[in-house]
Design a protein around this ligand. Structure first.
Ligand code: G3I
Length: 353
């Protein structure tokens, strides 16, 4: 009898233990460790990634993107080269696909970019235009695209990379199609057209190497100060295509504070930290600390509204194409496995108040 009862007790204990394990597993699965998106959402912060449209056909790409980010932007699909097969034609197929993806997955969507001297359609860049004709084309493009996306795109990079890298005064790029055909005032005209096209949209000026305190960021500051005085700009994009090892510091804080004084928000718009190949565990740790420093910095500055990476998996990054001998710049590897940089971002978001 006793033996039978003991067996019954053992069996019951084993059964309940198994049930407990199963329930924990289920609970763990249900609660899981919070994703970047969940942690950012809890802090009212936006964490985003650029989307390589062809990869949206891949289920793992889609699932990772929608699970980990609450914001996205098209790497190329919103650029003039992609949208304008001809002067009298707009092709919104890819735009509509990403708008639908963002809406289905309750993600904010950035528009990149309305006016840039690169990735222009051949019929425009190779054409011969008067100033007024070029301004007419610019106005038609900005108005049509923004109104097509109204209510679906919350913020636009109206003008991208207008400031020359050539110091000390960093003029509006003299070699840009827009400067050559319209004049340096093309920047202000673009923002005027954008403000009129969608008064609800948040209008960004976006550039690279403008995150510090130096002659280029000073030129950007003076440009957006003039635009802000006319009510034409709302925010500045710091692209932040950087080398692993870089860390945010006092210069970025001073730059963010002076833009805040102007009443301007900031987004990190194209973050990636390139590693000189081959990748090693030590280099991945260094990269993780760079990502950590940017997240910590963003969460410390009230006017920084979003951290957007230029992709999220090393399977699709422009870095190897533009920086020979470098790569592995993002937070998931080519098999969509999180890298130390991912864990560093989660830790920073978890620590944030
Ligand atoms: O990957 C293919 C390669 O397989 C092929 O052999 C080669 C042939 O030309 O093309 C490669 O694709 C290139 C792609 O970058 C790689 O990511 C495209 O030609 C090239 O046009 C494309 O360039 C885009 C670049 O803007 C154009 O300047 C990148 O996709 C895109 O990530 C990049 O994004 C820019 C932002 O819009 C503005 N800030 C800088 C940022 C990086 O350059």
């Amino acid at each position: 009898m006793f033996v039978q009862r003991w067996n019954r007790t053992l069996l019951t204990g084993a059964f309940l233990g198994a049930v407990g394990l199963l329930m924990n597993a289920r609970a763990g699965e249900a609660s899981g460790t919070p994703t970047l998106r969940e942690l950012a959402q809890q802090r009212g912060f936006r964490i985003g990634a650029a989307v390589a449209m062809p990869l949206l056909d891949n289920a793992e790409y889609r699932q990772t993107l929608s699970r980990e980010f609450n914001l996205c932007v098209a790497e190329n699909a919103f650029k003039m080269e992609s949208l304008r097969p001809a002067r009298d034609r707009f092709d919104f197929q890819q735009v509509d696909r990403l708008c639908a993806f963002a809406q289905t997955n309750r993600m904010k969507l950035r528009g990149h970019t309305l006016v840039w001297h690169q990735q222009m359609p051949w019929w425009l860049s190779q054409g011969h235009w008067t100033r007024d004709e070029a301004l007419g084309i610019m106005k038609d493009h900005i108005t049509t695209v923004m109104q097509h996306c109204q209510g679906k795109v919350y913020a636009w990079d109206v003008v991208n990379e207008a400031i020359s890298d050539q110091g000390p005064d960093h003029p509006i790029r003299p070699d840009s199609f827009w400067t050559r055909v319209v004049g340096a005032d093309y920047v202000e005209k673009a923002f005027e057209f954008a403000r009129a096209a969608d008064p609800q949209a948040i209008l960004y000026y976006n550039d690279y190497s403008n995150e510090g305190m130096d002659s280029k960021s000073e030129a950007v500051f003076q440009l957006v100060k003039r635009l802000k005085a006319k009510g034409l700009v709302d925010a500045v994009g710091w692209q932040c295509h950087l080398a692993s090892g870089w860390k945010a510091g006092a210069a970025q804080a001073r730059n963010a504070e002076r833009l805040a004084k102007l009443g301007l928000d900031i987004s990190i718009t194209e973050l990636d930290f390139r590693i000189s190949l081959p990748v090693t565990p030590k280099k991945l740790q260094t990269q993780a600390e760079s990502y950590r420093s940017v997240m910590r910095f963003c969460l410390s500055q009230p006017n920084i509204k979003a951290l957007v990476m230029w992709g999220f998996t090393d399977k699709s990054s422009c870095v190897p194409y533009f920086f020979k001998g470098a790569g592995a710049a993002l937070i998931f590897d080519e098999q969509y496995q999180p890298k130390p940089a991912y864990e560093a971002l989660r830790e920073e978001l978890t620590k944030a108040k």
